[in-house]
Write a protein that binds this ligand. Structure first.
Ligand code: DAH
Length: 341
């Protein structure tokens, strides 16, 4: 009994129609066309046929092989196309779209201003010095000419810690003592940038942490004229060459005489009135000639040496420069704020 080729073809076609994907098609192909496949087995039957029927069987078998091969290839092509369409629809990746750009970070505006300020002072011959943020009563107050219970201490609301005597510095001024003690009797020209801490209610205008830049110049024959020249040069480099600078007398325990420094604010700036409270002048820093007591505490002889010091708040300057109305933005990490700079 030889194989019924017509029945084989019929069955193969039916099974082909049920193949749902490429894997199924390939296993169908193996089942019928493989070395041990049904067609190969069927062809072995040719030997059992009487000689006169062999030729016709062979021809028939070839025709079946050919049509099934064609059917298989058509089905395979269709299935591949379908799979592609499906994956395009499901994954929705359009490789022709341009890629998403990688977002680059940037320096925080506080860092940028700090760098601008240190660069200006570097041009004026000031080195940058780092000083510690944790101080004690002695360096934060006493050596800066504020004995215990001195009312001037009221100007700085202090964070005390559970370690007796250890406090967070309320200003960068204690750095003056450290630099003097390190460099005495050499001349000094440094700035001391860094973070300060005050126990205050947080409002749009005041934070418990903020930056300051302290300045200190010590040498022989340093006068108020040097202070005025340095500050004027600094203010004009930062705010524009046409700025007017005004010096008012003031009080700080660690300087004598003490001054506060204002710059005029361009009257055509829409913020001018708000910033200068109608006066046209804007305060940018405190300064003065280093008090003899402070010089002595740093190791210098006030009869031989003199010096000037100043302290400014870079964030306040940034707020002025960019019309920022809330100091809390500096540490809020809101990208909408940060990306403006
Ligand atoms: N330490 C002062 C403060 O935080 C700022 C200051 C004023 C610093 C005058 C100085 C100075 O060096 O001479 O309010």
């Amino acid at each position: 009994m030889s194989t019924d080729l017509a029945a084989l073809e019929q069955r193969a076609r039916e099974e082909l129609a049920f193949c749902a994907d490429e894997a199924a098609l390939r296993s169908w192909n193996g089942k019928f066309f493989g070395k041990q496949g049904e067609i190969a087995i069927a062809l072995k039957d040719v030997g059992k046929l009487p000689a006169d029927q062999r030729r016709a069987f062979g021809q028939d078998a070839n025709r079946v092989k050919e049509t099934l091969t064609q059917a298989f290839e058509t089905a395979l092509a269709q299935s591949k196309e379908q799979a592609l369409e499906q994956s395009l629809a499901a994954e929705k990746i359009d490789v022709t779209l341009p890629g998403r750009p990688v977002r680059r970070g940037r320096l925080h505006v506080a860092t940028r201003i700090m760098r601008e300020i240190t660069a200006i002072f570097a041009e004026l011959g000031f080195q940058t010095y780092r000083s510690r943020e944790v101080e004690n009563d002695l360096t934060n107050f006493e050596l800066l000419n504020m004995p215990p219970h001195h009312p001037a201490r009221d100007m700085w609301d202090t964070f005390y810690t559970t370690i007796p005597g250890a406090i967070l510095r309320t200003h960068t001024s204690p750095g003056q003592i450290h630099v003097m003690r390190e460099l005495c009797p050499e001349p000094i020209r440094v700035i001391l940038p860094g973070m300060c801490y005050r126990y205050e209610q947080i409002t749009p205008r005041s934070e418990i942490q903020f930056q300051q830049v302290e300045g200190l110049a010590i040498g022989e024959h340093i006068t108020m004229a040097d202070l005025k020249g340095t500050i004027t040069a600094f203010a004009r480099r930062l705010f524009g060459q046409e700025r007017q600078v005004r010096f008012r007398s003031s009080y700080f325990p660690f300087t004598e005489p003490s001054i506060e420094v204002d710059i005029d604010w361009p009257a055509d700036d829409p913020n001018a009135d708000r910033l200068t409270k109608g006066t046209g002048w804007l305060e940018i820093m405190g300064a003065g000639m280093v008090h003899p007591v402070v010089l002595r505490n740093g190791g210098y002889d006030p009869d031989k040496h003199s010096g000037f010091a100043f302290g400014l708040g870079p964030q306040r300057i940034t707020m002025l420069k960019y019309a920022i109305d809330d100091i809390r933005q500096f540490w809020a990490n809101d990208l909408r704020f940060l990306q403006q700079f």
